[in-house]
Ligand binder design. Structure first.
Ligand code: FES
Length: 104
């Protein structure tokens, strides 16, 4: 299943991502810059911040309460479709999903 990250300079990075892989781990595996994921996916660093493309947000869904709180401390300003990518697992319904990597 395919994921595409769009960097702040317009560069796109695409990767095949297996079912159940978090989109933070997928970003690390694909060498996507700007998503260090410092806490290893434990929802305590907010460095895996991405902005879900408008037409994909319904499929991805919004954050749970703890993630919602953490989204208020991201380095780049939170946007309407911001998510922490360690909290998004790849699944068939997300095949083709597009994510923006915020500029910091
Ligand atoms: S990797 Fe730390 S909050 Fe997602």
């Amino acid at each position: 299943m395919k994921v595409t990250w769009e960097l702040a300079d317009g560069t796109e990075i695409a990767a095949d991502v297996a079912q159940g892989t978090t989109l933070k781990d997928a970003a690390l595996a694909a060498d996507v810059p700007g998503i260090p994921g410092d806490c290893g996916g434990n929802l305590s660093c907010a460095t895996c911040h991405v902005v879900v493309a408008d037409d994909w947000f319904a499929a991805v869904g919004g954050p749970e309460a703890t993630e919602d709180f953490m989204l208020d401390i991201t380095e780049a300003p939170r946007e309407a479709h911001s998510r922490l990518s360690c909290q998004i697992e790849m699944s068939a319904k997300l095949d083709g999903v597009r994510l923006k990597v915020p500029a910091v």
